[in-house]
Design a protein around this ligand. Structure first.
Ligand code: SPD
Length: 426
């Protein structure tokens, strides 16, 4: 033996991009590559970057295997580092080329820790090894996984640890994914952005629905744009006075994924009082007759991708037109902390269409959205504002339901705005 370790640095070119963007698969293959070479796996930690890229390390008793992938270039950079004679890192190299469907690769081997330049110190190695082993056993160390989903922009990131991805499909509009997170249950993401999670979804869905339905004097027909996970219509249908709820979701894949993996959120999508249309909500509103709905809810994604057209003045002018005399529009209006520019523009736009004093903002805490500080807007064509309705009316409805967030106190309190938000809205 001339050196302590063998380090192979490998460049895998022209790999399958889908494979390189799948943290579960990459992790499984890296672990397999180690085992195939005869190594003993201790631990692995893998991270998925949003929108693409995977980084990870597999710690083996004989050192480690590491990877970073660039799916957009079909490229993976891999380090295979092993110590001792029993493990041959070239075996892992062969294995991974097939696993990543790499068309060609280049590899260079370095001998690490050249024995000719090292001097062995006079330690009692036997004792050191026993002590280290004891520490590991007392912490109950065993093979573990460390897999994270991250939503990030250039300044902020939110990471959630998960057990794996349950659903992944590129639809005609966006990448639809469902992760099994440890802290928030199953989670729907679109193009790498968190839309809803089993654990905190009720905040969003109760607040987008009950505030307008209870504010409107006599709501009968409601139009919902977006909302493919079904949470908003689940809440709406708790109001027995509604005669019809029309929901227009552009992406059938979102509905399919949520029906399969998020039944507690999507359960109302099969309700007979729901008229569910899988088509373009912008087109639907444009072609809709005047004075057709009492309430329009815009349960959109963020203003990127298919949701972008839901953030234009033209769209809101049509919403205003299709609302009846006392009609109300509620939209998710982004975060006053995270998306300040969009937030301000949204409110300027609504006030231009509905009137200066007919648009209100209310706030909610949604821990899985960027900054956790989120907002809804409520705009009315006529009628009364959300703070003018009686407490008794809200209490009456809430007493018949088992809601998790909304109640008569929250209804009014949500409209209390911090000064920095008030200033943005002036
Ligand atoms: N940044 C997240 C904004 C998500 C808004 N829509 C969520 C859909 C829940 N039904």
């Amino acid at each position: 033996m001339e050196a302590l370790g063998r380090h192979i640095i490998v460049e895998f070119y022209e790999c399958d991009s889908e494979i390189l963007n799948d943290p579960n698969y990459v992790e499984a293959q890296m672990v397999k590559a180690a085992e195939t070479a005869g190594a003993t796996v201790i631990n692995s930690t893998f991270h998925h970057f949003s929108p693409y890229g995977v980084s990870g390390v597999v710690v083996i008793e004989e050192s480690h295997l590491a990877i970073h992938t660039w799916p957009e270039y079909g490229f993976a950079a891999v380090d295979l580092f092993t110590c001792g004679e029993a493990v041959n890192p070239w075996v892992s190299n062969e294995y991974l080329q097939k696993a990543f469907k790499s068309v060609h690769r280049s590899a260079v081997e370095m001998r690490r820790g050249q024995l000719s330049v090292l001097e062995k110190r006079d330690f009692d190695l036997g004792t050191l090894r026993d002590e280290a082993n004891q520490q590991l056993t007392s912490h109950n160390v065993k093979y573990t996984r460390d897999l994270w989903f991250t939503e990030r922009d250039d300044k902020i990131a939110l990471s959630l640890k998960h057990n794996g991805r349950l659903f992944s499909k590129q639809s005609d509009f966006q990448k639809v994914e469902i992760f099994d997170t440890l802290a928030y249950g199953k989670m729907l993401t679109l193009d790498g952005m968190v839309m809803t999670t089993e654990v905190d979804e009720y905040v969003y869905h109760e607040m987008i629905s009950h505030v307008p339905v209870l504010t409107h004097p006599n709501p009968e027909r409601v139009l919902v744009i977006g909302a493919g996970d079904g949470g908003t219509v689940r809440e709406l249908l708790k109001h027995k006075n509604l005669k019809e709820v029309v929901m227009v979701e552009i992406d059938g894949v979102v509905i399919e994924a949520c029906k399969e993996h998020l039944p507690s959120i999507s359960k109302a999508l099969d309700d007979t009082r729901l008229n569910l249309l899988v088509e373009d909500g912008i087109k639907y509103v444009k072609e809709c007759a005047d004075n057709a709905f009492d309430i329009v809810l815009v349960d959109s994604t963020d203003p990127v991708g298919p949701g972008e057209g839901l953030f234009t003045a033209e769209f809101y002018q049509h919403v205003h037109r299709v609302l009846k005399q006392d009609g109300i529009m509620v939209t998710q209006s982004e975060s006053p902390r995270f998306n300040q520019k969009v937030f301000k523009e949204i409110y300027e736009c609504y006030r231009g269409i509905f009137g200066e004093d007919r648009v209100d903002c209310y706030l909610v805490a949604i821990p899985t959205y960027p900054t956790g500080n989120w907002s809804f807007s409520i705009s009315r064509k006529g009628g009364v504002g959300p703070l003018e309705i009686s407490k008794e009316k809200i209490e009456q409805f809430c007493s018949t339901q088992e809601l998790n967030y909304y109640n008569e106190d929250i209804h009014y309190a949500a409209f209390a705005l911090p000064n920095y938000v008030k200033r943005m809205l002036q």
